[in-house]
Write a protein that binds this ligand. Structure first.
Ligand code: HEC
Ligand code: HEC
Ligand code: HEC
Ligand code: HEC
Ligand code: HEC
Ligand code: HEC
Ligand code: HEC
Length: 372
């Protein structure tokens, strides 16, 4: 492995002159020289625990991501010299950009306001997490560039033409157009994507059970619906119509996050036992009212996470058991009677043959002929 990396390094140096020219074409400036080595496809390694890590950055893809203007070392701030040492820590999402200022405040840009909410949410964890915290989502669990940055449109010429009258630079205009237009159009995850995101953990039986056990040992409380969150949502009316493509029914975040300041609120999910959660007993009616304008306390008492699990809803569980039996018995009697009849008729010498609207034709062996 060591030798392969050395080879990669050498190839990097050889390719230096050529590559300087090639990524200039992509419109991506690699001022820090990271791509000198990191542009080589297949650069990577298999770690001790057997995961494949890919270390190559594809310039024309990176130059389309939301972070295209952030220099590599603003995020990988632990790299101070080149060639760099072995990397030990990862990128933290609450660090400060030293090269990009927030135009609104004039200060160094950072995601600290979001991070401050996130760390207090039910999902908050450190970058390098211990124990069960490792199951919680860090920023990069939910945000990866490919998912997050759907192909951004080129700005319509009509608009560019108008802006360049004053700003003179088409690239400046295109950059800001992409930055704002996606947000004005409210491009965001679809309901299916959100359900899939939350389900990737809350629908994972082993993860859920691990946390149930840990909470029991630590004497911690978990929501009543914690063990069934996903299966029950899928069973609910909301879950079913969302699955069939209805856009008006709520996904997980329509209930578990606030509409007011939505983009901050999705980072501040709290358990329902906390009164600030939109699904807490205190606020639930208002949350249902977002869509069901007629909702009152009784309506909000309807279960958005219905299950027929014995521990969760014993009434429904036993009702299902009883109705199950009733159904089985009725079916059994029905089929039984038909079989019984058939045997009797056959003993009479009657066979299956439809004529004049009846299948029972033939002289009876026991003198019980059908009369018309
Ligand atoms: C001289 C070649 C070279 C240059 C230039 C270079 N790197 Fe690397 N980089 C490597 C090699 C080789 C590895 C693999 C090291 C290992 O696995 O021990 C690596 C690994 C990495 C890793 C992953 C480490 C891990 O295990 O997670 C990161 C992150 C990284 N480099 C970032 C950068 C950044 C940012 C720059 C520019 C400031 C840069 N590199 C410039 C050669 C280089
Ligand atoms: C917005 C912040 C950001 C920028 C800008 C950025 N990276 Fe990264 N990079 C990350 C994160 C987050 C990871 C995931 C690994 C981690 O969590 O530490 C990562 C991982 C890597 C890895 C290793 C992949 C692995 O499996 O560990 C390399 C190599 C790398 N980046 C190189 C670069 C280079 C080269 C640039 C500049 C062209 C760059 N990065 C720009 C945030 C960034
Ligand atoms: C549980 C998943 C999850 C985690 C963890 C998470 N986010 Fe988000 N984030 C979302 C969702 C969902 C949205 C709303 C936009 C959408 O639906 O795509 C969002 C939106 C954003 C936005 C607004 C983007 C825009 O273009 O309008 C930023 C910025 C952001 N998150 C940063 C962060 C940072 C920084 C962290 C870590 C402190 C983080 N997120 C952690 C799910 C998450
Ligand atoms: C009539 C001339 C004019 C037109 C047309 C115009 N701008 Fe501007 N723009 C300015 C001036 C002057 C400023 C700086 C003063 C200010 O902030 O109001 C500015 C500031 C900006 C800034 C803030 C830059 C910063 O770093 O603070 C952005 C972004 C911007 N314009 C984008 C656009 C876009 C996109 C368009 C086309 C949709 C556009 N402008 C059309 C004159 C114009
Ligand atoms: C990376 C895995 C992961 C993802 C993705 C995830 N969660 Fe979680 N979630 C967890 C873990 C782990 C806990 C903490 C359980 C504990 O306290 O032991 C948790 C806790 C919760 C709780 C509080 C449970 C309680 O009773 O204390 C709620 C509510 C919740 N998540 C909702 C969501 C929603 C809604 C989404 C989708 C936007 C989501 N989660 C995405 C892993 C995840
Ligand atoms: C119609 C609104 C609604 C939707 C949609 C919804 N939930 Fe819930 N959720 C609730 C309510 C209300 C509770 C509290 C139920 C109780 O304890 O009686 C809850 C409880 C939970 C809990 C248990 C922890 C706690 O806070 O009590 C988790 C975990 C959870 N939901 C995750 C999800 C996930 C994941 C989805 C999407 C697949 C989802 N929810 C969709 C309303 C909703
Ligand atoms: C994002 C909007 C939204 C939210 C929030 C929401 N619902 Fe719904 N709900 C719908 C839609 C859409 C339907 C489909 C039928 C309809 O149009 O009434 C529906 C249907 C239902 C039904 C099926 C029977 C009926 O009345 O049509 C019940 C029960 C229900 N919701 C309960 C709740 C409860 C309880 C809450 C609050 C915890 C809630 N909903 C929150 C949008 C929502």
């Amino acid at each position: 492995m060591r030798n392969t990396l050395k080879l990669v390094f050498l190839l990097g140096l050889i390719g230096f002159g050529y590559s300087q020219a090639s990524w200039a074409i992509e419109g991506f400036e690699d001022d820090e020289g990271c791509l000198l080595c990191h542009k080589y496809p297949k650069m990577g390694r298999i770690t001790e625990d057997g995961t494949l890590r890919q270390y190559y950055i594809i310039p024309h893809i990176f130059s389309k991501t939301v972070h295209r203007n952030v220099p590599c070392t603003d995020c990988h701030s632990y790299i101070k010299q080149l060639p760099h040492k072995k990397v030990k820590e990862g990128v933290k999402c609450d660090s400060e950009c030293h090269s990009i200022k927030n135009p609104a405040t004039g200060k160094n840009f950072s995601h600290k306001p979001i991070y401050a909410k996130y760390i207090k949410s039910t999902h908050g964890r450190k970058k390098v997490a211990q124990g069960n915290d490792r199951d919680k989502p860090y920023c990069v669990t939910c945000h990866t560039n490919p998912i997050y940055n759907p192909k951004e449109d080129e700005p319509p010429k009509r608009i560019v033409d108008r802006c360049v009258v004053c700003h003179e630079d088409g690239k400046f205009v295109a950059n800001w157009y992409r930055h704002t237009s996606r947000r004005i159009r409210e491009v965001k995850r679809s309901s299916e994507e959100i359900v899939a995101l939350c389900s990737s953990c809350h629908g994972d039986r082993r993860l859920v059970e691990r946390h149930m056990r840990a909470a029991k040992i630590e004497g911690r409380e978990l929501g009543r619906k914690y063990p069934y969150a996903v299966e029950s949502y899928k069973e609910s009316f909301h879950g079913k119509i969302t699955h069939y493509g209805n856009k008006k029914a709520p996904n997980c975040l329509d209930c578990h996050a606030d509409y007011e300041n939505y983009y901050m609120s999705v980072h501040y999910i709290r358990p329902s036992r906390d009164p600030i959660s939109p699904v807490s007993a205190e606020r639930k009616v208002k949350t249902c009212k977002r869509c069901h304008t007629y909702a009152d306390k009784n309506y909000a008492a309807l279960d958005p996470h219905p299950t027929s699990n014995k521990d969760d809803n014993p009434f429904r569980h036993y009702a299902e058991v009883v109705y199950g039996w009733v159904g089985d018995v009725v079916l059994f009697l029905l089929v039984g009677m038909a079989v019984f009849e058939t045997i009797g008729r056959r003993r009479d010498g009657v066979i299956w043959k439809i004529r004049k609207g009846s299948s029972w034709w033939r002289p009876s062996r026991r003198g019980r002929d059908r009369k018309i």
